[in-house]
Design a protein around this ligand. Sequence first.
Ligand code: SAJ
Length: 435
Amino acid sequence: MKKICVIGLGYIGLPTAAMLASCGYEVVGLDTNEKIVEVLNRGEPHLNEPDLKEMVSKHVQKGNLRGITLPEEAEVFIICVPTPLSEDKKADLSYVEEAALSILPFLRPGSLVILESTVGPRTTVDVLVPLLAESGLVIGEEIFVAHCPERVLPGKIIRELVENNRVIGGINEKSTSLAAEIYKRFVKGEIYLTDATTAEMIKLMENTYRDVNIALANEFARICARLGTNAWEAISIANKHPRVNIHNPGPGVGGHCLAVDPWFIVEKAPEEARLIAASRRINDSMPHYVVDLLENIVSPVKDLKLALLGVTYKGNVSDVRESPALKVMEILKEKNINFSIYDPLVQNLDGYQLSSLTSCLRGADCLVVLAAHDEFKKISPQKAGLLMRNKLVLDTHNILPAEAWEESGFTVNQVGRGRYLEDYLDRTLYGTVNR
Ligand code: SAJ
């Protein structure tokens, strides 16, 4: 059985390493973070994903999964490092480049290098291949290269690694088929074979489709609020049409994918990618819109205190990367608006203190739902009403049972629902609030 080196033990690398170990491969997981490697070698994942712990501890004990901080020889290298967005909205490929350079001394005739990190179109052929060619081996004949973008959802990574379809695009046919051999061992979905640049585009198109669709939903939400109607109701009925699937509005788009990947297309084709860039800006403006709404909802309250519920980038995950809730918090801080934070899935948050639900709600004027955690649906409005100073709610995800809260005397506001926003409407209709 082949030896595989997975480079980068993050959300994708570690589950992929564990999955490959469970297929019987000898797997080494390379990460520059010594702590992550040390924890892995104790048999514990540093991430909280269903089924990951069991897999990791089983294969570390068995001896076919091991963490390393320096690269070593292997037949297959799978690059799963981050590709962050730079300040000027360009793909920062430095981790991919470092990973490629670090394995150069270990490449041999027959080596296969797979790039899983999300990258802009043509990165595999224009950036990765020239770097690997520095090994002196002939690309496509002695070294094989493919892009196999990861497409799993945080919170369901292990399940989706197995069940999802997979796209594999090599720089030539041999590269594609060698890479497919690896993924066939654990993927139960379809495996679609293509070329490297098409594989890059497919991944980016999927996330861009979602981002543009959410931007449309957010735009509908703002239009409905302005016109005094309910976007949630309108969207849910429109979606009954067999060819309509409008996504949900919310406080903005977070995570390391949707808020980032569309820019990789814009970078490569700025003239053409106009809708994509506009959608990104709409979604990025949503945290400001949420704060505008809040200021309107709570404007008569003195010594305001907000109770913010949920800081993660979406519901039922513990990941706070690019979270719109963090952006909302930043804006509130700039405005010196007082708030407390509760998130049942997050224990520590840099720069902020987290509270229990009770202390978060105590004395608060407005409860603000910023992440759609199922747990929030179970909060008792009666108990919340006893703790809070004013009975106001802004539910940016429309997850609380609004009727029950209203029966308990709360005024429930939602992004996309104009019913309680007459004052705001008056202002926005005449353009004084215009983001
Ligand atoms: N969101 C909305 N409205 C919606 C759906 C999502 O506002 O209707 C927001 C979420 O709250 C969150 C953000 O969008 O802030 C992104 O959430 P998501 O669930 O759409 O996606 P991610 O970022 O968790 O994962 C996506 C997935 N891509 C697709 O569904 C096409 C996943 O399959 C990819 O593996 C992942 O990106 C990735 O790594 O690229």
